[in-house]
Design a protein around this ligand. Structure first.
Ligand code: GEK
Length: 270
């Protein structure tokens, strides 16, 4: 007898994202060395393929979000029809992969999802994908800088590979805002690329990460082109720095629930 596995919601959400999308060919030609990575139309067109082939564990992390939501969402908010819902923020939503993973596993009236991204190219595509696939769900896609928005009371906040794109000095303030918006026992799921302080550990993790990309079909030119473009755009912290920051902000407990090479995911409880 077949059993349902945590892969199934992931497959559904990523299949929906991947259909009719382009293969990532962004760094297949030599680039101006100074070109910076940005979340523009070109990136949007190949984003699902890019994130699946370049983020170890992306699908597994998405697959666990509805499982966490089942345990921690307590239906403490009201929607416009005065029905009780759980509000979830998907901050730095890109094409809405995390929102889709959640919508796919909850009835339309259970959740109120607020998906926020600074890139209009991302949000216009996310809006289409989410409304085509989940027309009955209460999902608002918002184009905004997560440093500027106000957050309403909520049960769960997802920062899936987003904090790393904020200037280091702005990270505490965003986490404080999230902490203040979360209900008691609400959770933050924070997924990030990290680096290790030990040089040898770090070198090994980075090399094996490039092997992972090679195994997923990226060439040497694509790997080095992307590395250059992300320099000073994606700024990693160590796993310890993340935990120290969460402590400082006031989260009562936070633990690393997932690690795959230099990518980690932490769950923090208010
Ligand atoms: C996923 N979470 O598929 N405010 C809002 N959005 C921002 C900001 C900001 N200040 N800075 C960057 N972004 C997604 C994947 S991708 C990760 C997240 C990656 C947005 C940016 O526009 C991009 O869409 C997203 O953060 C990062 O589950 O591409 O490695």
């Amino acid at each position: 007898m077949s059993q349902s596995s945590p892969q199934s919601p992931q497959s559904e959400a990523t299949d929906k994202l991947t259909s009719a999308r382009q293969h990532d060919q962004l760094f297949t030609t030599p680039l101006d060395k100074a070109a910076r990575f940005s979340f523009d139309e070109q990136v949007v067109a190949c984003f699902p393929d890019m994130i699946r082939r370049s983020v170890p564990g992306y699908g597994q992390v998405l697959a666990m979000l509805p499982i966490f939501a089942r345990r921690h969402c307590k239906y403490r908010q009201q929607n416009d029809n005065r029905q009780r819902v759980s509000r979830i923020y998907d901050l730095g939503c890109s094409l809405g992969g995390a929102s889709m993973a959640l919508a796919g596993e909850f009835a339309p009236h259970d959740l109120q999802i607020k998906a926020v991204d600074i890139s209009p190219a991302m949000t216009s595509e996310a809006e289409k994908l989410l409304s085509d696939n989940y027309p009955e769900h209460d999902i608002e896609v918002i184009t905004a800088d997560i440093r500027d928005i106000e957050l309403a009371p909520c049960d769960m906040v997802i920062l899936n590979l987003t904090l790393q794109f904020l200037p280091a000095e702005d990270r505490v303030a965003v986490l404080e805002k999230i902490y203040n918006a979360l209900e008691e026992d609400g959770i933050l799921v924070l997924t990030e690329k990290t680096h290790a302080l030990d040089e040898q550990h770090d070198a090994w993790l980075v090399e094996r990460y490039y092997d992972f990309k090679r195994a997923n079909g990226y060439s040497e030119m694509e790997i080095s082109g992307k590395r250059n473009a992300l320099e000073n755009v994606l700024i990693t912290d160590t796993l310890d720095e993340h935990h120290q920051r969460l402590d400082k902000v006031g989260f009562k407990r936070h633990l690393t629930w997932f690690q795959f090479l230099n990518f980690v995911s932490i769950v923090a409880f208010k």
